[in-house]
Design a protein around this ligand. Structure first.
Ligand code: NDP
Ligand code: MG
Length: 380
């Protein structure tokens, strides 16, 4: 199998390359293209090791640096969105791992679908903002859309336990993040260093903050709605602190089927790469005797406003999830630069949402424009 990795220098991208290494001799995967945005050193090291035909640095200011670094190789170097789209559509590529963070992943992922590539999807923001357009394109181009987000991979795997018509609801698990159980007052002085310490997962900065605000779970509800073609109200969030059950589905006979494994993103990445096969993994087994107990709780949507806001935008549909997503990206970036406090992330998202009128029908160009307008007109 030949793959392109969009966002190879990120948390998902680097773990995907580890999966490629793990599978060597079991299922050989050739990496045709890799992409990064700022981390030229790592992209160079990956290019030398995996010998793709194309390496793309999205940030145009870094293009010359990468070009010089790889001058002694026959690897083509490209840049910008055009470069990302080239990586997403290479002739010999079978599958594209979409693991760029944020809205920047949208256009290249869409181009990959249009070029007939199967998609392993980590970038949830694409489904949040353009879910309907994406799922239509997936059907039209007859490609496979395989979830990499651990909860969605778990739902996908659990759905094998029954027929789609027998599904009652989806139980989407949430770790609760580093601030589970805290009150609004306790969250007031939270610093980014505290928010960046996730109890169970090591991830990129943006999703780690989204996990702390519970926006991540809100985005995941919308992601699940599109991936599994269900109503938002058929998705229930369950806080499960241990992150062993990665999500569950309940069928009409009230049987619940779940997928369990230790928290490692390499599991869903590998499953997306090898589906419908399961292949051996070096991951450790779950030791139930060591775990002793698994716990469950309701999420606190009053304190963690972002979850409630995402649900609201998801129910409204149309362009509102795009507004929510763009506002959240702006707010998280501002929080990471110490410009706003932790609770202000939700307050800002709520205030931006209130400034937009919904529009139910839209094109990709429309949402690109809306994303741009939120970033320009509501700068922090
Ligand atoms: P990271 O921040 O670790 O990596 C993001 C990747 O995208 C890097 O390769 C980065 O390049 C690149 N990138 C950043 N900005 C741009 C841009 N403007 N244009 C092009 N490329 C860009 O993120 P994660 O790997 O954590 O997350 C990636 C996606 O996967 C997100 O959508 C996230 O929600 C989702 N996801 C992540 C999980 C995880 O465990 N990490 C779990 C489930 C889903 P560079 O580093 O060179 O700047
Ligand atoms: Mg997830």
């Amino acid at each position: 199998m030949n793959i392109s990795i969009l966002g190879s220098t990120g948390s998902i991208g680097t773990q995907a390359l580890e999966v490629v290494d793990d599978l060597k001799g079991i299922k050989d995967i050739a990496v045709l293209a890799i992409t990064g945005n700022s981390n030229v050193e790592l992209l160079e090291a990956q290019a030398r090791r995996y010998k793709p035909s194309l390496a793309v640095i999205a940030d145009e200011k870094k293009y010359n640096d990468l070009k010089c670094r790889l001058a002694d190789t026959n690897i083509k170097v490209s840049t910008g969105e055009e470069g990302l789209c080239e990586a997403a559509t290479l002739d010999k590529c079978d599958m594209v791992l979409s693991s760029i963070v944020g809205f920047a992943g949208l256009v290249p992922t869409m181009k990959a679908i249009e070029a007939g590539k199967d998609i392993a999807l980590a970038n949830k923001e694409t489904l949040v903002t353009a879910g309907g357009l994406f799922t239509d394109a997936v059907k039209r181009h007859n490609v496979r859309l395989l979830p990499v987000d651990s909860e969605h991979s778990a739902i996908f795997q659990s759905l094998h336990g029954g027929n789609r018509g027998e599904l009652n609801k989806i139980l989407l698990t949430a770790s609760g993040g580093p601030f589970f159980g805290k009150t609004k007052d306790e969250l007031k002085g939270i610093k980014k260093e505290q928010a960046l310490k996730h109890p169970n997962w090591s991830m990129g900065a943006k999703i780690t903050i989204d996990s702390a605000t519970l926006m991540n779970k809100g985005l995941e509800i919308i992601e699940a709605k599109w991936l599994f073609d269900v109503f938002l109200d058929d998705i229930e969030v369950v806080v499960h602190r241990e992150s062993i059950i990665h999500s569950m589905v309940e069928f009409c006979d009230k049987s619940v089927i779940a997928q369990l494994s230790l928290p490692s993103m390499k599991h869903p990445i590998q499953y997306a790469f090898t589906y419908p096969e399961r292949l051996p993994s070096p991951d450790r087994s779950v030791s139930f005797a060591e775990l002793k107990a698994l716990t469950f709780a309701k999420p606190d949507e009053e304190t963690f406003r972002c979850l409630a806001l995402a649900k609201k935008a998801g129910r409204m549909g149309g362009i509102m999830p795009t507004v929510l997503n763009a506002a959240n990206e702006v707010a998280v970036a501002a929080f990471l630069c110490d410009k706003i406090g932790f609770l202000e992330i939700g307050e800002y998202v709520e205030s931006v949402l209130s400034k937009y009128e919904n529009k139910l029908n839209f094109t990709i160009e429309d949402i690109i424009e809306i994303d741009r307008s939120v970033r320009l007109e509501h700068k922090i």
